[in-house]
Design a protein around this ligand. Sequence first.
Ligand SMILES: *[C@@H]1O[C@H](CO)[C@@H](O)[C@H](O)[C@H]1NC(C)=O
Ligand SMILES: *[C@@H]1O[C@H](CO)[C@@H](O)[C@H](O)[C@H]1NC(C)=O
Length: 457
Amino acid sequence: MVFLRRRSLLLKTLLAVPVIWFFVAVLYSTSDKARGRGPLEPAAAPPPEAAAIRQEQHHAPGAPEPPEVELQPPVVVENQPDAPGFPEPEQENEISKKEEEDAGAMGVLPLPNGNNKYGEMGKPVVLPSNMSTGMKKLVDEGWQKNAFNQYVSDLISVRRSLPDPRDEWCKKEGRYQSSLPSTSVIICFHNEAWSVLLRTVHSVLDRSPAHMIHEVLLVDDFSDMDHLKTRLENYFTKYPKVKIIRAKKREGLIRARLLGAARATGKVLTYLDSHCECTTGWLEPLLDRIARNSTTVVCPVIDVIDDTTLEYHYRDSGGVNVGGFDWNLQFNWHSVPERERKRHENSAEPVWSPTMAGGLFSIDREFFERLGTYDNGFDIWGGENLELSFKTWMCGGTLEIVPCSHVGHIFRKRSPYKWRSGVNVLKKNSIRLAEVWLDDYSKYYYQRIGNDLVRIF
Ligand SMILES: *[C@@H]1O[C@H](CO)[C@@H](O)[C@H](O)[C@H]1NC(C)=O
Ligand SMILES: *[C@@H]1O[C@H](CO)[C@@H](O)[C@H](O)[C@H]1NC(C)=O
């Protein structure tokens, strides 16, 4: 008996060792995870595939890699709300409902706690670090869905004020032609956050001379979020210029843009992403260039709206960059070359740009058609910005960045959207771009991708 009992004790001990080891190991790995993912930084630690996604993101809505300097928002304490005054989760819905009702009738919506208007004049909104668990959860969900801080965006008026980022040169009497053409503004979106999409549209309507806005076409690329269905239609019934066009299946950026172009009837087409804010006087300098010569394709300066605080960052025209590309056929930014600088007396004058970032530009509708719009063999997204840039220059047009025109854009660090996998769409489009427009130079691209063309077709 004694022997037997001792043997079972020995057995138990032997069993216990791996079990304890297992528990310790599990404990370690979970506490590691908990440490690695703070509630406010889901985008700060991107997954390994982030590099690829980042490219997609910056290609897709045309959003460029922003110029590397001054992207870290300065620590601004102004407008930093005191925690107690912060609306708790329950109130959040009320705010957007109320905002929805008021936004049409009046200007900026005063928030419940009186005169603290979050994000006015483009100021950052910094959430308190001791948020309640419920609020933290909402903040996390907003990041998950959008890859920017939706919670903060929802706190900010959809008609918030912004600073006027223009140089004095831009505001001079008679700077622009007195009679400018009107434009169709085309905004494509897929599952965009309510407050961000509305802010984009209101910034267009509020900061453009009414007679220059022929219409605003919202092209819904098959969103499935509820707020983008009848709620969106109801909201915009008060705004007859705003029309909603629905894709019948997921089309991708390029075909969604073409869907918008096919319906547009303005003399000029102006494309914007669905997470932008236009500033005072953004439109006139763009339309002026096209009025002077309809083969001029123009891009505003793209300012950075911080993805965490929604702070609006801008620089004067001395910091303007032009678009280029590398032999991976990736868009990139360059400072204005010396020879181009010499062509101008003032740094606020429009500058020639080899390429465009893609998401934000104006083009004469007939000229766009003459260029054959986008190559309809291009799929979903990617490369279309270079295609249009090359065509513009090679078919008798001019591509310019217009420093007097500023539009803010939320730069995301990852794409929140899912795409069917298996096909490298960007690469397929880029090979098509190289074949059609690069002639002998295509070999440099093929070298970069290791002449790996086979799997694409
Ligand atoms: C957060 O901190 C502030 C000041 O430090 C305090 O007034 C507030 O009550 C705190 N809120 C919570 C939910 O703990
Ligand atoms: C418009 O610009 C193009 C390209 O620079 C030029 O060839 C053309 O002559 C210009 N047209 C007019 C009417 O100035």
